[in-house]
Design a binder for this molecule. Structure first.
Ligand code: SF4
Length: 215
C-alpha cells in the first residue's frame, strides 16, 4: 500500500547521511516532507500537490517540518493572498526539496550555502520516490534551483506567472521567498509573482476547494 511505502520512505529519509559521508558540510538531519501523522490525510486528497523547495534553512535543521522559518512565513503569506490556508495546504501537499539537510551558511555570510550539483544528485532519488508515491496533480517548484531540477529551465522571468506541463503534470513555478533573493525587486517581477499566485489559487479553487471534502 502507498501509505506503508510513504511511511517507509519518511523513515529511510530520516536516516540518510549520504552528504555527510561524502564530506559536505551539511548540518542537522533531513527534513521530512510530511509529518507521519499527516500521511493518511495527504493520500486521501483527490488532487495532490508536490511543492519542491531548495533546501532547509537553519530553522528547519531540526528536521520537523519544511518552511517553518522566515522564508516559510513569506511563502504562506503568498499562498494566503491566493486564498489558500497554510494548514489546508500542508495537508494537501508533500513539501519536498532539492536537498533535505541544512547546507550551512554561505561563505559570504548572506543567506545559506547553495547545495552543489553533487549534493543535488545524491538527494535526487528521494525526490523521484516522492513523485512516484504521491502522483501529484500539481507541482510547485520554488526558487531557481528547484525550477531547474523540475523543468530543466532556469530563467525565472520567463517562467514565473506561467503554467507549464512537465511529464503530463501541471507545474506553476514560484520565486524563492527568502529575504536573500533579490529577484522579486526586478522590473515586472511582482506582477509575475501575482500572476503565478492567481494560477495556483484558480487551480486550488477548482481541484481542492471546489471539489468538496477530499475523500
Ligand atoms: S541532503 Fe539529501 S542525500 Fe544529502 S544527506 Fe541529506 S537527505 Fe541525504
Amino acid at each position: 500500500m502507498t501509505i506503508d511505502l510513504l511511511h517507509r520512505h519518511v523513515r529511510q529519509l530520516s536516516e540518510c547521511r549520504r552528504c555527510h559521508t561524502a564530506g559536505f558540510p551539511v548540518a542537522g538531519v533531513p527534513v521530512s516532507p510530511v509529518r507521519a501523522q499527516d500521511i493518511p490525510a495527504l493520500l486521501s486528497c483527490k488532487a495532490r500537490i508536490l511543492i519542491v523547495g531548495q533546501a532547509p534553512g537553519r530553522t528547519e535543521a531540526s528536521g520537523t517540518q519544511p518552511f517553518i522559518g522566515a522564508a516559510g512565513r513569506t511563502l504562506f503569506n503568498w499562498f494566503a493572498s491566493a486564498g489558500i490556508d497554510e494548514a489546508d495546504l500542508r495537508s494537501s501537499a508533500l513539501i519536498s526539496a532539492v536537498t533535505r539537510c541544512y547546507p550551512g551558511p554561505s561563505a559570504t555570510g548572506r543567506g545559506d550555502r547553495l547545495p552543489t550539483r553533487v549534493e543535488s544528485t545524491l538527494c535526487r532519488p528521494w525526490l523521484e520516490d516522492e513523485r512516484k508515491l504521491l502522483r501529484p496533480s500539481l507541482i510547485i517548484p520554488i526558487g531557481q534551483m528547484a525550477i531547474r531540477v523540475m523543468t530543466g529551465r532556469k530563467v525565472l522571468s520567463d517562467l514565473i506567472g506561467t503554467t507549464l506541463v512537465v511529464d503530463g503534470i501541471a507545474c506553476i513555478p514560484l520565486p524563492h521567498p527568502s529575504g536573500a533573493s533579490s529577484w522579486i525587486y526586478g522590473p515586472g517581477n511582482r506582477d509575475r509573482l501575482s500572476a503565478a499566485l492567481k494560477h495556483i489559487g484558480k487551480w486550488w479553487g477548482s481541484q481542492i476547494a471546489g471539489s468538496g471534502t477530499p475523500d
